[in-house]
Write a protein that binds this ligand. Structure first.
Ligand SMILES: Cc1cc2nc3c(=O)[nH]c(=O)nc-3n(C[C@H](O)[C@H](O)[C@H](O)COP(=O)(O)O)c2cc1C
Length: 370
């Protein structure tokens, strides 16, 4: 367990990588976290993460060759991020729910990802998908102690290795949620309860370096004081998404970011996504129309999700998220965390990291003086 007797945030070690600050920028798909954001976070002492899902939108032939364009863009974005991060590490997030999951994991490893982070389903086969000659640290995202135990046990039995870290994502997170709709507001599933549960479930396991598996808390982490609280609870670090959207370097369009600035508590809603999971998003005309049954895909261009049957899906989630990323908010929707209404300005990644570090120090000082 990291020491909280110092005022300085602890470093975070995952595999061979040690981060100066225990902060992972969560992968945010369909063009929200690409090389721009990830390299800025890595240069500022955290882990920058590029989300692989539909990253091909930046390629001219994406609509014709979505998979090929995605693999090309992924390789190029990882390289660009590494070139710009001043040696800071770059991770890639790959959702298990993707049809081309195996191919994309392989491409991420070959592209030089330092860490592969994988959720939206249990990444039970992940270690077997990493090609020989590459050795990224492997980090599952789970939503319960039970899932953490299942993944760790499977990896040890089949691949003779445990995860290098585990992200536990609670119900306040942005994007897809690993909870049933009725669990989202149930305090039993609060991140404060899930973190100790996951630490306990992983206690019997050790990383390849013989150390306890670092547990990373995600979902609703907003301030440096929040980071202090979860580290005091035994987490080794945090993963944050929403706050990184509200930065100049985030790769989303300005209109996407302005939607965060304008959001009130009342604007936040839970949708049922074609991924087969609930997701948190900002209300808008697109979601309204899809709830009225007025928005249905006629054809499927991308074949992106294992669980999506486009004949039955209320809308094409790729199309909706691509439109939102580009700023056409009426033709799509904006994923966000539950704390989005607290966002009141755009800052640089460095300013955000400085604010989080200062907030951590203040919380530590207050706690130690008490
Ligand atoms: C716009 C957006 C897109 C996201 N896309 C992904 C994704 O592609 N894969 C994933 O595992 N998590 C995704 N997430 C979740 C984040 O990586 C992160 O874990 C989460 O947002 C943390 O909660 P917070 O936003 O309250 O900090 C997304 C979140 C947001 C806000």
């Amino acid at each position: 367990m990291p020491s909280t007797t110092s005022l300085t945030p602890p470093t975070l070690t995952i595999g061979d990588i040690t981060l100066r600050l225990p902060i992972i920028q969560g992968g945010m798909g369909v063009g929200i976290s690409m090389a721009g954001l990830a390299s800025a976070v890595a240069a500022a002492g955290g882990l920058g993460v590029i989300a692989a899902v539909q990253i091909g939108i930046i390629e001219a032939d994406f609509h014709l060759n979505p998979l090929e364009a995605t693999l090309r863009a992924l390789r190029q974005q990882v390289q660009t991020a590494k070139d710009r991060s001043g040696g800071g590490p770059i991770g890639v997030n790959v959702m298990v729910a993707l049809n081309n999951y195996d191919i994309i994991v392989k491409a991420a490893a070959e592209a030089g990802a330092d860490i592969i982070i994988s959720g939206a389903g249990l990444p039970l086969r992940l270690p077997g998908l990493v090609p020989e000659g590459t050795d990224p640290a492997l980090v599952p995202i789970v939503s319960s102690g039970r899932a953490a135990g299942i993944v760790a046990r499977r990896w040890v039995e089949h691949y003779d290795r445990a995860p290098d870290a585990v992200v536990v994502e609670g119900p306040l997170a942005g994007g897809h949620l690993g909870f049933k709709p009725e669990q989202i507001d149930d305090p039993r599933y609060a991140l404060e309860n899930l973190v100790p549960e996951v630490i306990e479930a992983l206690r019997p396991f050790r990383t390849r370096r013989g150390t306890p598996i670092p547990v990373i808390a995600a979902g609703g982490v907003y301030t440096g004081a929040d980071i202090y609280r979860f580290i005091k609870m035994g987490a080794a670090g945090v993963q944050m998404g929403t706050r990184f959207v509200a930065t100049h370097e985030c790769d989303a369009s300005d209109r996407f970011k302005q939607a965060y600035l304008a959001a009130t508590k009342d604007d936040v809603t839970i949708i049922q996504s074609p991924v087969g999971l609930p997701g948190r998003a900002l209300k808008g005309r697109f979601i309204e129309r899809s709830r009225e049954g007025k928005k249905r895909p006629y054809t499927c261009t991308y074949h992106c999700l294992k669980a999506c049957d486009y004949h039955k899906a209320p809308y094409c989630i790729s199309m909706a998220l691509i439109n939102a990323q580009k700023g056409y908010l009426d033709a799509g929707f904006v994923f966000c965390g539950a704390n989005v209404w607290r966002v009141d300005r755009l800052v640089s990644v460095q300013e955000l990291m400085d604010e989080l570090e200062a907030g951590y120090r203040e919380a530590a000082a207050r706690d130690q003086a008490a």
